[in-house]
Design a protein around this ligand. Structure first.
Ligand SMILES: CC(C)(COP(=O)(O)OP(=O)(O)OC[C@H]1O[C@@H](n2cnc3c(N)ncnc32)[C@H](O)[C@@H]1OP(=O)(O)O)[C@@H](O)C(=O)NCCC(=O)NCCS
Length: 179
């Protein structure tokens, strides 16, 4: 009974990840990976891939452009009640492994209420423009846009939008070079 319930949950939930075993195994086989991702994502363009070990919450709110590969250990949290698309990754963006992208913050403006009880601030979508390169282990926070053909160095925490054609890194990520 528990197994059947888990199977039904895995099949229908808006997620892909190692904790969703009845769909996660499909990521090991290209044709099955494409089929499940085309079903679950808002857009899953030609050449896009989700690699085993990636963790995606809110698949239906994610636009993945051509040739975008989400590598092992990456985490995309896109749940949103206010936006049809909350994470957009345009064509030919390269992402290292262990990249994390978030679009929501918990509310914390009522000091006498535990944060878990306060709900969320409105979703702030993330946009990563075409041709950029996001290094391994980056964290991209709500509301950030990364410009066309820009580079974000490994291990950066990106708190503010980054324009087109620059190299930025650090915590918080700062522009260090125009390309
Ligand atoms: C951003 C990056 C492309 C810059 O490469 P580069 O131009 O060769 O830079 P250098 O190695 O010459 O470093 C220049 C300076 O920036 C610093 N630096 C470079 N990358 C940094 C990073 N990610 N975070 C913090 N500082 C960094 C270096 O320490 C050096 O500082 P210094 O001048 O004080 O010694 C590269 O460092 C990087 O982060 N690549 C990502 C690799 C990756 O994630 N690959 C995953 C597979 S897709």
């Amino acid at each position: 009974m528990e197994l059947l319930k888990k199977y039904q949950f895995d099949k229908n939930c808006d997620r892909i990840g190692p904790d969703i075993p009845f769909t996660h195994w499909k990521l090991y086989f290209k044709a099955r990976m494409i089929k499940i991702c085309k079903k679950k994502f808002f857009e899953f363009a030609e050449g896009a891939e989700i690699r085993p070990g990636a963790y995606i919450v809110g698949c239906s709110k994610i636009f993945l452009g051509k040739n975008v590969i989400i590598r092992p250990g990456s985490r995309l949290f896109a749940e949103s009640s206010s936006h049809d698309v909350s994470i957009t990754i345009e064509d030919n963006v390269m992402l290292g492994s262990l990249v994390s992208i978030y679009v929501n913050n918990h509310r914390y403006d009522r000091p006498n209420t535990e944060i878990i009880e306060q709900g969320h601030y409105p979703t702030e979508p993330v946009l990563i423009k075409s041709g950029s390169w996001i290094g391994a282990n980056c964290v991209i926070l709500p509301g950030v846009t990364i410009g066309k053909n820009s580079i974000i160095g490994a291990g950066s925490v990106v708190t503010q939008s980054i324009p087109d054609g620059v190299v930025a890194f650090g915590n918080p990520a700062r522009i260090v070079q125009k390309i």
